[in-house]
Structures are given as structure tokens and as C-alpha cells.
Design a binder for this molecule. Sequence first.
Ligand code: URA
Length: 435
Amino acid sequence: MRAVDLIQKKRDGGELTAKELTFLVDGYCDGGIPDYQMSAWAMAVLFRGMTPKETAALTLAMANSGDQVDLAPIAGVKVDKHSTGGVGDKTTLIIAPLVASAGVPVAKMSGRGLGHTGGTIDKLESIAGFQTELSREKFLEQVNELGLSVIGQSGNLAPADKKLYALRDVTATVESIPLIASSVMSKKIAAGADAIVLDVKTGSGAFMKTVEDSEKLAQAMVEIGTQVGRQTAAVISDMDQPLGFAIGNALEVREAIETLQGNGPSDLTELCLTLGAHMVVLGGKAATFAEAKELLQRQLDNGEALKKFKQFVEAQGGNASVADDVALLPQAAEQVEVKAASAGYISAIDAEQLGVAAMLLGAGRATKDATIDYSVGITIRKKVGDPVSEGDTLAVLHTCAQDAAVDDVSAKVRDAYAIAADKPAERPLLLSVVT
Ligand code: URA
């Protein structure tokens, strides 16, 4: 087999076999196939697309390229959850203890963030003492005993995807739905879950800017799951503005705790109940979505979800008292208000720009090795549709930075808000479900 023939086949609209795709993936991983051939193939895929069969075969080839986590020692149906990424997305911190409290085991590997705010692992590490590196034995034991553990992703999970993603990033081939779908699903499959719930974000703060593209991506991922025997459901949710009010690591942990206490923002609570309910159904703990959602609402109301969060934090060495007193979380030295320059209604919020602003304050990493300041970030006070008067506070910066830097970030945050004379049409948080 020769790479050039496979590139040509795809260039001319052909369908590659599983054997051919495995040849490409393995060859790229072991260095036999150079970057220039792999990028030519990726560009051919970008223009020609891939059939569902090809997409599933590519996914499996990438999942098989590194460690495969075996969750068989954990009893029950293991359901994983993945978000395609957004600003202020702290859903894992809430959903993991919530569904675990309803009897669905959560054995989750999460990542650190690059750009914008930190990933789930960074957020958890903003709790003093919290350990995200556990041995495999301890990880499995904790899930069996407590029903829940979240740890950092192994460095060798789907290495082919890591290499290919880095190549796509610099060859303008990221925006291919089959390539994105196989990239996401290869990591989920290698992480060992029996079933997967996906939160596909759509809007200004998301990878996919339109609902149509988000639905296509969701369908491609659900199809992969079906083809490889992992039941998969996808929810399309709005990311045209940040989720909840908090952006930044400790600030997001605080909001997650408030949500587990039953005092969370309505959009965040609703999304967590929805994604969690799909997990509960796939995990076999409820017969219908409505029944599952009711069960989870009960777990929030009766304090069981919060109790599970505390046990989880304690089991991984963290200070569980934060769940009773959020003031124990890291707090920034200063709070700076960003005020509205005109009156009207908030017509749009550029979520991505707020994410970048939080990163500039130190909440995220501009480079791989940058360190995060857990305490800093942004809490927004106004969301889309809210009325504002000139001088009202739009958002608060939580910062330890110098004045000049803060001025720049304040301007960025102010610019992220669009204010119009008329109230905008309401955009629903939950746009559709693909199963
Ligand atoms: N996230 C991923 O993991 N892979 C992609 O290709 C795009 C987003």
C-alpha cells in the first residue's frame, strides 16, 4: 500500500477501507508517512468528506493508536460526557457528582485548557489539595466505592489524534466535520466508556457557529458511536453567550457549588439536568428522559448531589469545606467593574472575546507551559436580553494584574457587549437532541 494512492483515491472522491485508513494512521504515528502526505490527505477529506463507515474506521484506528482504558472492573454502565468546548462551561463539575448520586458510575478523564479558561482539571485543582493524578488502581477503586472519580487524561490516549490535530491546526484542515467527529470520539472510545453523552455547542463562543453545522457534527459523532457499539446521544446547546455568570477557574468552581446547592444560574442548571438525564437513561437508571430529569432534580433538592461532590473532593485530597464555604476558594486581590457606555438592551455577547479577556487576566494559558492563576476571571452581571442604563455594571474583573493590563481587558470586555435599542428575540439554550 502507498500513501500517495490513498491520497489520490480520496482526492477523486473514493471511499477508503478500514485497512487503508489504519495504514495511514499507523504510518503517520510511526513516522513512515510524512506530514506533507498526511496534510494532503486531510485536505482531500476536507473537500471530499468521508462516509460514516470511513469516519468510524478512522476513529477506531486513532483510538487504537495508544492506551485503551479498561473500565470493566467497574460495575454498571459507564457513561462519559463530553463538551465541544465553550466559555464558562463548568458542567462536568456539577454533572459528575449529580449523576453519580443517582447511581450512574462516573470514571472520567478530563483535560487541561489551552487558550481561554482552564479545563476541568485546572478548575478542580483550584480547590486546595485536590489531586488529579491517581494510579489506575486508586481510580477504579474510588469509582467502585464512591461512584465517581475525575482525573487528568493519560498522555498516551489516542496519540494519533494528537499528532493529526496539531497538523490540521497549521494546514487549515480543522474545519472538517468527519475529522472533528473522529478526533473527539477517538479519545472518548479510548477512555473506555460504554455510552457517551455529547454537548455540542453552537454560536459565537463555539467551534461550530451555526446550528446546522452543529447538528451535522452531532449526527456524525452519534453515527460513529452507533457503528462502534457505544450508545451515543448529543444535545445541541447555545454558546452565543457564556454559560452561567462565572468565567475563570475558582470562580467557576464557586458557581458549580452554588448550582449543586440549588442556587445556580437557570441556564447552567437546565443544561446540567438535561445532559445528566441523558446519562441516567443511557446508564439504565431511568426508563425515560422525563423520569431521569425528575430524579436528578430530586438529587439536587435533597442535597445528595452536593454530598457526593464533598465526598469526591475529599477522596481526591481536596479541601471539601469549600462546598460549605465558597470563600475558602482562591480569591483575586481586586475587583474592577466594567460599565456600560450606553443604554438599551444587551443584544449580543461575544463569548469568545470574554474567554480571551479572562485568559489575559491569567485564567487560561496562552502557551502550553504558562501557569494559571486560579483566582482570576470575570463574573458577568448582564446577559443577552437584559436592559441596561448607561453606567450599569456589565461585568466584574477579578484580577491581580497591573492597571494598564486591566484597562486593556476592561475595554475588551466592554467591546464584547453589543447594546441595541430593541430587546432581541429570545434564543433557546437547548436547540436539539440527536440520538
Ligand atoms: N476538539 C477535538 O478534540 N478535535 C477537533 O478536531 C476539534 C475539537
